[in-house]
Design a protein around this ligand. Structure first.
Ligand SMILES: C[S@@+](CC[C@H](N)C(=O)[O-])C[C@H]1O[C@@H](n2cnc3c(N)ncnc32)[C@H](O)[C@@H]1O
Length: 276
């Protein structure tokens, strides 16, 4: 859990190149034959966020709603440490039987599998504010999202990260509608910090700034170090209006596209990064 008494010092943070990159290679090998809908780019991004949580000395559980074959959960398992629990939820019995068995040999954490529809989950089955990383990848509908956001609000730690699959995907408009609707009704709960490559990344408002700094100051170096160069990070609104990064395939040969660059004006910072 974060300590109020000790705010994070960004000057002392790793810059992304210094993160441990071995888990990404381990994921590529362990997940090579695992079916699923989790891309290499998302795996590289998750590896960055999870590595940063370790650099912040965060401890906590992990949770995925909709684990299917365990392709994304494999990355969580690789980052789970002794004493931490990875909870996997899926209504399909074969996924709940097979996915944990695939992940256990690669994880130091303990894996708990719960076969249920997330709508039937009792809040008491998830430790309150004990989860540092959560992925919602189950129902994919508007009302399902409302339900799963309630679970996330109960389970996510104060400084945890919540990921929504298929956010902004035209195939599953209910995900986008359901998430934005729920967030408008609960503005104190979560803020978007990054959207792209089929996922949205959300943090509690109080810790969103930490994740935004990580995205700006360390994520690009991390992705390049893993051999993922095909990205640009966009921050093109007034920062008090919307400070969420977008991440897309590379454009203009730039890691960052700022509001100033998009409007044909000089960047405010000499390094071409957006102001936060
Ligand atoms: C798109 S797949 C998940 C992909 C997976 N996360 C991966 O890494 O490839 C969706 C999964 O969610 C499960 N599912 C759908 N609706 C659900 C619900 N309401 N509660 C729990 N699981 C659900 C399905 O059985 C399916 O396995």
């Amino acid at each position: 859990m974060p300590s109020d008494a000790a705010p994070r010092d960004w000057r002392a943070e790793p810059d992304g190149t210094s993160h441990d990159h071995t888990r990404f290679a381990a994921w590529q090998s362990a997940a090579a034959e695992v079916q699923g809908w989790f891309s290499d780019m998302s795996a590289a991004i998750w590896d960055g966020f999870l590595g940063q949580q370790a650099a912040w000395h965060m401890a906590g559980d992990m949770l995925e709603i909709g684990c299917a074959y365990g392709r994304a959960a494999m990355m969580l398992g690789l980052h789970a440490r002794l004493g931490e629990t990875l909870r996997l939820i899926d209504y399909q019995p074969h996924h709940i039987r097979d996915a944990p068995a695939r992940i256990r040999p690669h994880s130091q954490g303990s894996i708990t599998a719960i076969q249920t529809y997330s709508e039937r989950l009792d809040l008491g089955q998830l430790p309150m504010r004990g989860t540092r990383f959560m992925h919602i990848d189950g129902d994919h509908g508007r009302w399902g999202l409302h339900n799963d956001m309630i679970l996330a609000d109960h389970a996510l730690a104060a400084d945890g990260l919540l990921v929504l699959d298929d956010f902004l995907a035209p195939q599953f408009m209910g995900v986008t509608l359901g998430a934005i609707e729920w967030m408008a009704q609960h503005p104190q709960s979560f803020e978007f910090v990054m959207v792209g490559f089929n996922k949205a990344y959300l943090a509690r408002p109080r810790f969103a700034g930490d994740y935004l700094h990580f995205i700006r100051d360390a994520l690009p170096a991390h992705l390049h170090a893993l051999g993922h160069h095909d990205f640009s990070l966009w921050l093109t609104d007034e920062r008090r209006a919307c400070s969420c990064f977008g991440i897309t395939q590379r454009q203009y040969e730039r890691d960052f596209i700022t509001r100033e660059f998009a409007m044909g004006k000089p960047d405010k910072r000499p390094d071409g990064k957006p102001e936060l």
